[in-house]
Design a protein around this ligand. Sequence first.
Ligand SMILES: [Fe+2]
Length: 407
Amino acid sequence: MSNINPELKPFVLRKFAQSKNYPPINWSLNDLPKWLKNDIIQLRIASMKHEMGKIIFEKMCLTVNLEAEQFIQWLKGEYSIPYDEEEEILSSTHWAYYDYKPAADNFVKEFTEALSFDKLGINGKFSDETVWIGSPGAYTPCHYDSYGYNLHLQLKGTKRWILFPPETDLSPSRIPYEESTIYSLFDIIGGQLPSNGKQQQAYCTYLNEGDLLFIPPKWWHSVLCSEGDERCGGIFSVNKWFPLESDEEERKKECIVGCLASLIDRENENSIENQEEQFLHLDSIISEVLQIQQTKNQPINKKPRIENEKEEFGEKQMYEFYNKYKSVAEQISPMSFNELKNEISNKKFMVFKSEIKDTVIDDGKMRLIIPPEINELPYTENIRKLLNAFTHESTLENVLKLMQDEI
Ligand SMILES: [Fe+2]
C-alpha cells in the first residue's frame, strides 16, 4: 500500500463553498428538473428498518425510475411511489438515493460547469464531479476506494461521515464486486464494530451546507445522509476524486481483481458468458497488467486515472492542498470504538428504526419492500472467502511480481 502516509488525516473546511462563492451553494433542490438532461432519474431505494449485521449493499437495493419532479415531491412527503398492486414507498418508511452520478453525464452543460471544483479554486482538468442526492437514511456501506484521494462538498442537508485509518482491520471484501471499491463486512451503519478494536480509533464528523471534507487515500468511510434540508428534506453533495501516481500500481491490481470477479460472479455486468470472449478478455487484461502492449479495450474505471494528467495531479498536488489548508481546517478528533457506538445510537441522528426480523408488519399495508430475490447476494460464504483470498493485497502483489518475473 504505497500511497498510505500515516501523517495524512481527514479534515473539514467549514463553509468552504460560501467562502468561495461557489454557485451551487445557492441552488434549491426544488429546481432539480432544470439541472438535468433527462426528466427520468434512477434511484436506489431501501427500507428504513435495519436488521443488525445486514448491510444493504448497492446491488441489494430496489431500483426505481422516477421523474425528477416526483422525487422532489416524494422527499417532501407529497408523493408516494407505487410498488406492486397494494404497496407504496413513502419517504417516512424508506430512503432513496440518486447517487454516484457523474455531473457531466446527467446535468446540462450550464449546471455541470457551475459544479466544477475550479470554481472553488481547486483546479482540475477533467470535469468529473460526481453528484449525490438522498433522503435521510440513505447510505453507502463502509468501504475504501482503490484510487486517489477524495474531496466531498456538502451543499444541502447534513451527512454523517465515519472514517477509519487504512490499517484498521474491518474485514475487507471484494464481494459484492464493485470496481475499485473494497467493502467492509462490518455493518458500521448498524453500529457493528470489531471487538478487538480497543486500541483502534474512528473519526466521525457531520458535514453541513458548504463544508468540504478531505478524505486521504485508502481511508475507510461509512457515509449516511442524516438530515434533510429545510426546504425539501433532501441531502445534496458533490465530490471529486483526484488521481495519484501510485494509482498506476493499483490499476494493475484492479485488473486482476476484475478478471477474477468476472470468472466467479456470473450476475456481474462485467462477467462474460462466452468462453472464447472470456479468454480474449483475460488475455487483454494480462497484457495490460504486464504492460507488454496497450490495448484499446481497457476496463473502464469509474474513478479518474492518472494517464494524461501526470503533470498536474498526483502526490505532490495532494500534499500542496493538504499543507495549504491543514492549518485553517477543522481537525476531526479521533474517538474509541465505544464512543463511536454511542455516536451511532445517538437519538438525534438515529434515522433507522429498531431492528426487525419479520417482513410483513407496520401499519397493516406496508411491507418491507426489498424483494427477497435481491435481498441476498448470490454468493456462498466459501465463494466469498475464496475470492477474498485471491484478491488479498499480499496475493495481488505476489501475483504481479510472479507474472513480471516470468517475462
Ligand atoms: Fe468512497
